[in-house]
Design a protein around this ligand. Structure first.
Ligand code: ADP
Length: 507
């Protein structure tokens, strides 16, 4: 409460108070930046009447000249109870721009703890001395306005594109404020987004509990991406309200022109149909493969019995025919086996049964199984795997599968009389198992496609060797499930090296 100065009469004092209010454009907002009061000078400066702005956000006056970082700094300052003052360019109702000197004072009400912000604005034109430099100001504005118009146009285009997409998009600042969101975001999650910009995202936490099957996971995904400013990130979450669907969340950091982190962009894409089709395809492949396996096993069994002579003597021609049947039936069985593993991997149906694995044993097992093929091609095998290697944690069935796949490829894609080397070493908490061959090798282009499902290089040697193009995809998926990776180096007609990198068990 300000006391009446003793030298003044009440009427004089009222005049002074009124003119103090007149000098500045005054705007009062609540803690969310919603305008609750403006004075006449505000209307004179901006062209907006009180009815046109009360209940709206201050962003209504934004000129588009300042970047998000600028406004973030204002919010950060006033939210920490400090007065912000500075010069900014705003836009009047008629679309013209003006430069203003502004100070925003946060005011906390003791009784209610409510916070209000009082913004005092002065049009620079009204400041003495500024007129002198008005020429300078208009030159600045003349050069800035076309730039702003251009920016505004670019922004409108981007805005229109982002609004037209079927994906829900939101930009969150590091301190959890909603910096931007599109209409689809509101549609997806049944939210009124009109005035949401600037509000804290966590104010919607109870809403998310209703929307997502596991809202804690969803909030964790968003926080994790923001805290670590993740460069790129994908995850699938299940929505249960207002509609059940599966959403892929994609996230990427957004920086301003000076490379400062502005916030994290999140894009929610409805992948329900896509996932359903994937599931149906996997189920179909898995069903057909199962149905094929039983008759094929009996065909292989009976062919073997006949080849052993248990069904009577065979002519040389009959033996040759039966051997061809057996070879092809075995190939078919291998394809079916690969398809089954792929569909199980895609359905997430493979659970690792881990134990300590001795790499020596895994290598020896694969060598033993492939010895006949290597001998048939007169391949030289050099194994140098130290016996005292640290154990890795893994599922022996699947690590055996990977080792067998890579060694079988080395064997398949190396011409007769070539050399295969298997070596292993430990480094920085990882075990590296290298399989090097002196075979046909691959171009850089081929190496890029190598781990794509069904990919096979298009050269006569590969085509002749036969295969499904699934082995490496399976191997990579299995190694990644173990927290490792497969590395490749190769030179055409010189040979290839495939390295399995697995984390060493710590204890
Ligand atoms: P497949 O061997 O059944 O065709 P893979 O997924 O194991 O399927 O391998 C995919 C492709 O990668 C092969 O078709 C071949 O072109 C290439 N490839 C794999 N291993 C080697 C290797 N050691 N040397 C040369 N090419 C290879």
């Amino acid at each position: 409460m300000i006391n009446l100065p003793s030298a003044l009469k009440k009427e004089e004092w009222e005049k002074i108070r009124a003119s103090v209010l007149e000098i500045n454009g005054i705007l009062v907002t609540d803690s969310n930046g919603i305008i609750i009061w403006v004075n006449d000078t505000f209307t004179r400066i901006t062209g907006y009447s009180p009815e046109e702005v009360i209940g709206k956000k201050t962003s209504l006056l934004k000129s588009g000249y300042h970047d998000l970082e600028f406004y973030k700094e204002i919010w950060d300052t006033i939210n920490s109870g400090i007065v912000w003052s500075g010069v900014l360019i705003n836009r009047r109702k008629d679309g013209t721009y003006y430069t203003e000197l502004m100070s925003i004072t946060p005011l906390k009400m003791e009784e209610s703890n409510n916070v209000y912000f009082i913004a005092m604005k002065k049009d620079m034109k009204d400041i003495h001395g500024w007129e002198d430099s008005e020429k300078q100001q208009s030159t600045v504005l003349e050069s800035v306005v076309p730039l702003m118009t251009e920016l505004e146009e670019a922004r409108s285009k981007t805005h229109a594109i982002l609004e037209a997409t079927n994906e829900a998009i939101i930009l969150l600042s590091a301190d959890d404020r909603m910096l931007w969101l599109n209409k689809a975001f509101g549609r997806f999650f049944s939210l009124i987004t009109q005035d949401a910009i600037g509000d804290f995202f966590h104010n919607l936490n109870s809403h998310w509990e209703r929307v997502f099957e596991d809202s804690t996971k969803m909030i964790q995904i968003l926080n994790n991406a923001k805290e670590n400013q993740l460069s790129e990130y994908r995850e699938v979450v299940t929505q249960i309200w207002p509609q059940k669907r599966e959403l892929e969340v994609y996230s990427a950091p957004v920086e301003n022109a000076s490379k400062n982190y502005l916030g994290q962009l999140f894009v929610f894409r409805d992948v329900t149909r896509e996932r359903e089709v994937e599931r149906m395809k996997s189920e179909f492949v898995s069903l057909v493969s199962h149905e094929f396996r039983t008759p094929l096993t009996s065909m292989i069994g009976y062919t073997e019995i006949m080849l052993e002579g248990d069904a009577g003597d065979l002519t040389d021609e009959q033996t040759d025919f039966l051997k061809t049947i057996l070879r092809n039936a075995n190939n078919l069985a291998e394809i079916i086996n690969s398809l089954l593993i792929v569909s199980r991997l895609e359905a997430g149906a493979i659970k690792l049964n881990t134990c300590k694995l001795e790499m020596n044993e895994i290598v020896n097992h694969a060598v033993e199984l492939l010895r006949p093929q290597m001998d048939a091609k007169k391949l030289k095998l050099i194994v140098s795997v130290p016996t005292d290697l640290k154990a890795v944690e893994g599922d022996s069935r699947w690590i055996n599968e990977v080792m067998l796949n890579l060694l079988s490829n080395a064997c398949k894609y190396t011409p007769s009389d070539g050399t295969i080397r298997i070596s292993a070493k430990e480094k920085d908490g990882f075990l590296y198992i290298k399989i090097t061959d002196s075979g046909i090798g691959m171009s850089t282009y081929e190496q890029e496609k190598l781990f794509t499902k069904f990919y096979r290089a298009e050269n006569p040697e590969t085509i002749k060797a036969g295969g499904t193009g699934l082995g490496l995809w399976i191997s990579r998926s299995l190694v990644e499930m173990h927290g490792g990776e497969i590395l490749v180096t190769s030179l055409p007609r010189k040979g290839s090296t495939f390295t399995i990198k697995l984390p060493i068990k710590l204890d």
